[in-house]
Design a protein around this ligand. Structure first.
Ligand SMILES: C[S@@+](CC[C@H](N)C(=O)[O-])C[C@H]1O[C@@H](n2cnc3c(N)ncnc32)[C@H](O)[C@@H]1O
Length: 267
């Protein structure tokens, strides 16, 4: 049996009681922390609370060669991830690989950043379109810095359908955790290049450390918000479409957006 357990958003105490019970009953515990990270926990803290050794897998061991899956043929194996366990294509793929090997799988859910952003900002979950991820820029073989334009394109298409865009921010071993400030800077650079107006006077909502005792939620125009201090990671960004009046009120009252938003919103 292979049990996927979502650990929630911030530290070792965000796990559900069902998740904790499943770990206690497991023969072996694996985890991956490259798709998301619990910034308030360490592997040692997890091991202390769970009373079990936690084997942290590398990206290659999850995506290319998940040889450890075979242990779930005979034993109770659990696989831990940040957030909710299936808000990630990688984990769906892993589950399908296990099913193909005849391994029974089950899911124990955890709080996800995808619902936390709605709770913290007041933006309505049914108004979100396709999500995107902003990767760190990289240097091409010709020495040119390449900035991905895919997130800009996704925001543009979502806006055309009056849908908000959730923008995940890159977690990279060498380049670190992308901040809201870096993300806005990159989107504004793409705007400078493409000049399609997607980010001109665009409202943005930045959220830091959801699930922690001190989450930060700030809404404002992208040019202003990129100068704002969000503190330590993890960060995430939302580029809203036009706002329902309750959403506008929430952004003004919960996230410090300019009060003029309330006059511009729709009912
Ligand atoms: C690919 S998503 C993983 C989603 C995860 N499976 C979930 O359900 O929450 C990871 C990205 O979400 C954002 N994120 C995750 N947890 C966060 C948190 N507690 N606070 C702010 N952003 C967070 C970061 O931008 C991070 O790079």
């Amino acid at each position: 049996m292979l049990t996927f357990i979502g650990l929630g958003l911030f530290d070792e105490k965000d796990i559900s009681l069902k998740g904790l019970e499943a770990i206690e009953q497991a023969d072996i515990v694996f985890a991956e922390f490259y798709t998301s990270v619990l910034m308030g926990a360490t592997v040692e803290k997890l091991e202390k609370l769970y009373g079990k050794k936690v084997h942290v897998l590398l990206r290659e061991e999850v995506e290319q060669d998940p040889h450890w899956l075979d242990q779930a043929q005979e034993q109770d194996v659990v696989f831990l991830t940040g957030g909710d366990t299936m808000v990630s294509t990688t984990h769906v793929d892993l589950r399908l690989r296990a099913q193909d090997k005849g391994i029974t799988t089950r899911l124990i859910h955890g709080a996800s950043i995808t619902s936390a952003i709605c709770g913290l900002s007041g933006l309505q979950n049914y108004r979100f379109g396709k999500a995107s991820t902003i990767p760190h820029p990289y240097t091409s073989s010709r020495g040119v810095t390449v900035i991905s334009e895919t997130p800009y394109e996704t925001i543009k298409l979502n806006k055309q359908h009056n849908l908000h865009t959730l923008v995940f921010l890159d977690i990279d071993k060498e380049k670190g955790y992308m901040t809201v400030n870096q993300a806005l800077e990159l989107l504004l650079k793409v705007e400078d290049k493409r000049k399609e107006g997607v980010m001109n006077n665009a409202l943005a909502v930045g959220i830091a450390r959801a699930g922690s005792p001190g989450p930060v939620v700030k809404a404002g125009y992208a040019q202003m918000l990129r100068e704002s201090d969000f503190g330590s990671p993890l960060h995430i960004l939302v580029i809203p479409a036009s706002l329902h009046f309750i959403e506008a009120e929430a952004l003004v009252k919960l996230a410090g957006a300019p009060s003029s938003l309330m006059e511009e919103s729709n009912d």
